[in-house]
Ligand binder design. Structure first.
Ligand code: F6R
Length: 604
């Protein structure tokens, strides 16, 4: 989704801004721009499409010496991806970049139009800079004008604003969208909407809080908190491990991340699997005391993990679980009780709907836990406790290893809770611990299987759609398999519980309907097999993923014989990821940055 960078200093401003934007590229965008203020003059460049276009456009621009610059990658929400709608947006003498959505931009725009302002773009963002210009006329300082501007905005934002009215300054504000300020010893200041652009430049960073605003100059940081009182910036050392991901010889980040799953799951398990029990240092020993119900809340792939986790919690920890899609939960006026534990699941920790749901749960007095891949993310900072999935940075927009590590965490957490609640015997707990130790080996990509999937993929490039089917915990995996395919191949795919086919979906069955059937040995094999046979009888083209040969299938991807359905789950997860990847490769799509998608969805 949209990305922000900012810089004040004496180094190569253009390169710093463009490199910073490149680091944010994987998050998804459809236009980009930079504005540099130097010697009383703004230089501004904007392009539609990928950053190479912006790099090309700025090829002969080389600002030397002190400069103030801001840059942005835009993922269109209000107005099409055009140059005019790309950020930074100009007022009279100032430029702004903004992530988030200004919800009251329509009345603000009318008000400003009545004062004679002519808007160039269709965006909500442009009102910010014009409000600032308007407030400037009646304010004693540019900072006062900035403050007044912020007081008029409703919605979510991370904002950087530069103005000729105060040339050596970047004004900043955070309200709901992430923004980080970084410093080093060279009187430079950096801003970014996530860690990655800061890594090579700063050691010390401030993760701004909601309501924070202020300004920086080369020698000064003025930071005001949500209560309107000036505060000291609280610096943290920027963690640099695993952040600068490279493709390492793989064709795509997504492919590399599928192959990495074995290593990152080993990290997820590290120190948590003891001989006789499971340990989460992040949770104090009474964390689950007084909890009678768990509410799991997430979006997209993380929601599929939540659904899968609900099977594990109920089966092993014998606790009531409900699962919520965050964008629905926020507005349904849910019944919340103090004996519920609210668990937010998020790779990024910044997804707007999940973050707001977490805040709602917190305000209702619920205990909160976030299962997250990003240290210091907004959700981690908001919740009572956080468990890190330790997947490392995930660059492919289609989530793979983040999902895999979330699943490993929830398998462990369900057994951890089962142990606390004595709902499993000690020997059963030990059995799960041994099985969990097998996961890294089980998700190691089997080259033969990958080759087979590559060969098969050519038969699945047309047709009128895909059904991914499975039962029990393989149903959320079917949903996830279908989502992976949709995201990168742009083919229509749906996940279904296999028992549901005869209640409607089977009407679509014909040879041009492709069914991907998840048929594990250790979970309702016979039941699922009958459902697959029903589809086969209606001549649907069927690809079975199973350890057991299945005669009525057109195609067959063989997984290993294992001793437990969860090991089958992890292996089938890899098979569905590779199938989506190879189909999309044959269709010639952008695997790591599929159209219309963003890595971190910071607008609702
Ligand atoms: C799909 C995918 C998305 C995310 C969703 C939530 O591959 O990545 O569906 O899972 O946008 O994101 P997080 O987990 O960051 O909250």
């Amino acid at each position: 989704m949209c990305g922000i960078v900012g810089y004040i200093g004496y180094k190569k401003t253009k390169e710093i801004l463009l490199d910073g934007l490149s680091e944010l590229e994987y998050r998804g965008y459809d236009s980009a721009g930079i504005a540099v203020l130097q010697n009383h003059t703004f230089s501004i460049f904007k392009t539609v499409g990928k950053l190479v276009n912006l790099k090309q456009k700025t090829k002969s621009y080389h600002p030397e010496g002190f400069a103030v610059g801001i840059g942005h990658t835009r993922w269109a929400t209000h107005g099409k991806p055009t140059e005019l709608n790309a950020h930074p947006h100009l007022g009279e003498n100032s430029y702004v970049v903004h992530n988030g959505i200004i919800e009251n931009y329509v009345p603000l725009k009318h008000e400003l139009q009545q004062k004679g302002v002519k808007f160039l773009s269709q965006t909500d963002t442009e009102v910010i800079v014009w409000l600032f210009e308007s407030e400037l006329k009646s304010s004693s300082t540019p900072f006062e004008a900035f403050k007044k501007t912020l007081s008029r905005l409703k919605g979510s934002y991370a904002i950087l604003l530069v103005s000729k009215s105060r040339e050596d300054t970047i004004f900043f504000a955070k309200g709901g969208s992430p923004l980080i300020l970084g410093i080093n010893n060279a009187d430079e200041k950096y801003f970014a909407s996530s860690d990655a652009p800061l890594i090579s430049h700063c050691k010390d960073v401030v993760y701004l809080e909601d309501g924070d605003f202020g300004y920086v100059t080369p020698s000064e940081i003025t930071l005001i908190g949500a209560n309107g009182i000036q505060k000291m910036p609280s610096f943290k050392v920027l963690a640099t491990d695993k952040l600068s991901a490279q493709k390492d010889g793989y064709r795509f980040f997504m492919e590399k991340e599928i192959y990495e799953q074995s290593d990152v799951i080993a990290d997820t398990l590290l120190g948590r699997l003891k001989d006789t029990h499971i340990a989460f240092e992040e949770l104090d020993k009474d964390f689950f005391k007084g909890i009678n119900e768990i509410k799991l809340c997430a979006c997209g792939t993380s929601y599929h993990c939540a659904l899968a986790a609900s099977y594990l919690f109920e089966r092993y920890a014998k606790i009531k679980v409900s699962v919520e899609i965050a964008s629905e939960f926020r507005y349904k006026k849910p019944l919340l009780f103090k004996d519920m534990l609210f668990i937010a699941i998020s790779q990024s920790g910044e997804t707007a709907d999940t973050l707001e749901s977490l805040k709602m749960a917190k305000n209702a007095g619920l205990k909160t836990l976030t299962v997250c891949n990003v240290d210091n993310s907004s959700m981690v900072r908001q919740s009572d406790a956080a468990i890190f999935t330790r997947a490392g940075i995930e660059k492919g927009v289609a989530s793979t290893k983040a999902f895999a590590t979330q699943m490993a965490v929830f398998w462990m957490l369900s057994i951890y809770l089962a142990d606390k609640k004595h709902s499993l015997q000690k020997d059963e707990i030990q059995k799960h611990i041994s099985l969990l130790r097998e996961v890294p080996a089980c998700v190691k990509v089997d080259e033969e299987m990958h080759e087979k999937i590559t060969r098969l993929s050519k038969r699945y490039l047309h047709g009128h759609g895909f059904f991914y089917i499975g039962r029990d915990i393989f149903y959320p995996l079917a949903l996830e398999g279908a989502l992976k395919l949709k995201e990168i191949s742009y083919l229509h795919a749906e996940g279904y519980p296999s028992g549901e086919m005869k209640h409607g979906p089977i009407a679509l069955a014909d040879p041009e309907l492709f069914t991907i059937a998840l048929l594990p040995n250790h979970m309702l094999y016979e039941k699922t097999k009958s459902n697959v046979e029903e589809l086969s009888a209606r001549d649907s083209t069927i690809c079975v993923i199973s350890p057991q040969q299945f005669k009525k299938a057109d195609d067959f991807i063989q997984t290993k014989q294992t001793s437990h359905y969860m090991l089958e789950f992890f292996e089938m997860m890899v098979a569905t990821q590779l199938l989506a990847l190879e189909i999309a490769v044959r269709l010639g799509h952008d695997i790591d940055m599929p159209r219309n998608l963003a890595k971190s969805v910071t607008v609702e």
